[in-house]
Structures are given as structure tokens and as C-alpha cells.
Design a protein around this ligand. Sequence first.
Ligand code: GLU
Length: 424
Amino acid sequence: MPFDKNQLLVEEDTNPYHIVQRQIDQAAEIIGLEQHVINILKKPKRVLSVSFPVKMDDGSIKVFEGYRSQHNDALGPTKGGIRFHPDVTLDEVKALSMWMTFKCGVVGLPYGGGKGGVICDPRQHSKSEIERISRGYMEAIADIVGPDRDIPAPDVYTNSQIMGWMMDTYSRMKGVFQPGVITGKPLIIGGSKGRSEATGRGCVYTILQALQMKGMEIKNATVAIQGFGNAGQIVAELLSEAGMKVVAISDSTGAIFSPQGLDVNLVKQYKNTSSILDYHHCNIMENPEELLELDVDVLVPAALENVITKKNAEYVKAKIVAEAANGPLTPAADEILFKKGITVIPDILANAGGVTVSYFEWVQNMMSFYWSEEEVNQKLHTMMINAYEKVTATANDYAIDLRKSAFIISLKQVAEAMVARGWI
Ligand code: GLU
């Protein structure tokens, strides 16, 4: 790698809020978006900061802090997940709500973006403590959410059970059954078939499309997956079903690697019973971050933000990077990968399957009429492929990367809605 003095002098700004603002600026410049439109979109419309007491199992009281950010509701109610994580910050939640606006815009959903977060580590709490944290948070944000205002969903370290508790709290507060206030619920209380796999499934549709467009063989194509939560597991499962070889998987405890390919189902079993590191037929990677630099066809960052930055982007060897996580690449990394000819399927497209099936869930809740899994997956497939084709066509028109293209498509949508409503 050529020596670049600037790389040593200037540390990269990895604040996700600044990153999304920069992404907006870059895309807006290409289409000459007016400055006042940019100014509106660079900040969330409403941010709520809450703190609430929760009784712990030992009788003590702990105060938790959380946020809910609603970015822009020109296209419809705001929509986006709730994350439980010790590193949640207000800027992160704001950024994630902004990415949600653009994610919904790329797929063409009638939503704006929202996001929530609670600073906590669910791995340190019992199920009953997590239930009380979930109910306490919903109670604290209930005034600003609702089926036609702002609709939360699962995100990092939250799941369908948590959505069920939150829906119950909201419904009790309002005195009416309100399944449409939140998506990703258990099936029995208004969840949608296919929702729990949707983020991973949608991501797989985009990966297969990218392989095809690059003229690459699917059979035996190699893949490395960083993060083995909901999205990472489904991506691993479906890609190996499609004939690809999952050669590396990591989670927060470490990374495993096997050039022959890992047995994904077995890795899943180890994850659920002990640790992925107990899987025998593989090498344990001493430095889990090196997974990102493996010589594979497809790399899937499926964990958290800022994992490929100016520091390691030069060493990425994958031909396709599919962002199952939100915000895993920084703008500097984007630039480096683009120059290297690597196709990056941006988060707002690659992981849009989750919110797409959330939208289906909300529609089904409104109708009280439920679809089969085949119907859901078929509709998801159609929407993901349409979005993928639109994004690649725009990228070709402007000779830009897929992220800028996806942002352009969304910016136009949101701006048009704001004009139609007479805001600008
Ligand atoms: N948390 C997911 C995301 O980042 C899903 C959001 C939703 O379903 O509303 O896209």
C-alpha cells in the first residue's frame, strides 16, 4: 500500500451522525439538490430522550436511559427498530433513524425513518428484567409512537418477545388492541410470517443478484460473515443452501475459519448451546478482525457500525461486500473499495428486507388478514429485486457507487413528498 502521510495525520471521524450527514451531502451534490432541502434532511425532526426506573430481580431499582429519534415523516409515519446495547448513543440513534428514511425510500415504502435505543446490556439481565426494561421504555415513548405516527421494530439485541411486551404495554395504555404500533411481533399476536428471517433473506436476494450481474458463479462462491445474530445466521443458512461455501463466521466471542466451508447448522447449534468457538472442524482466528480481510468472493458485515474504515479498507479482498448491518463502512472505506472495483451493496438496500416485511406486517395488522409465508417471500423478492435494479441503473447513469445511487433515489422521493405536502 502506498504510504500516505495524511492517513497518519488525520483520524477519520466515525461518528455515525456525521457520516450520514456526509452521505446526504455527497448524494445531494450529484443531483444538485437545493440547500434548504439538504438542511431539512440533515437533522431529525424530533428526538426524545428518556430515563426510567426499573426494578431488578434483587429488589434494587436501576435507572435506564434511552432515545427515540424520528427523522422525517414526509412519506408516512416514521419506522425503525429499537436497539438494546451498552454503547447506544444519541448520535448513533439519530443516524440510524436517518438511514431508515433512506432505506424506506429505496424500496418505496410509505414510511419515513425512526430509531430507538436503550443503553443496556441484555446479556447481563434476566428475562424478567428485560421484560421490565422493555415495558418501561415503551411507556416512556408511548406519547410519540403509534400505528400511524411511529412504528418501532426489532434491532440489535431485541427480538419478537420484546416486541410482544411493548405492543402489550402500548395497547394497555390506550385501552385498545393496537398490533400495528410495532412490528416483528410473535405470530400469535399479529406478527407476519417470514418477518424474523426477512433481513437476512432480503440481503441474500441482493447478494445473488450482485453475483449474477458480475457474471460470477454461485456454486462454491466463498463467503465470510461478521456477526452471527439474526441477520448473519439467516444469510449463512440461505447462502449455503444456494450452494455457496461459508468459510468464516464471527460473533462477539471470536471468529472461526475453514477453507472447506463451515457446516452452518452445526455452528448455529454451538452458538445456541455454548459458543461458536467450540465448533471443532475449523481454525479459530487469532485476530477476529482479520475475517474482514479474507480472500473471499462475498463479505457480509452483519454486526455493528464502523468495522471497515480507512485503516483496513485497503486490505479488503472480497469482490462483493453486502452490508447486512447498518453503517459498517465509513465514507473513506467506501471510496477505497470503489477504487478497488469492489461492489458494495449498501445497508439501506442490502438490509432493507427487514423493514419491507415489517411493512407487510403492518399492512396485515391494518386488514386483520394474514398472508402465507410464500406470499410474503414472493412480495419481498419482487420489492428487493426492483430496488436493486433501480439502484444499479442510477449508479450506471452517474458512474457512482451503489450507496450514492441509493441515496439519490431516496432523496428524490423524500423531496418530492415534501414538495407535494407544501413544506418546501
Ligand atoms: N431494525 C431493522 C432495520 O434497521 C428493521 C426496522 C423495521 O423493521 O422497522 O432496518
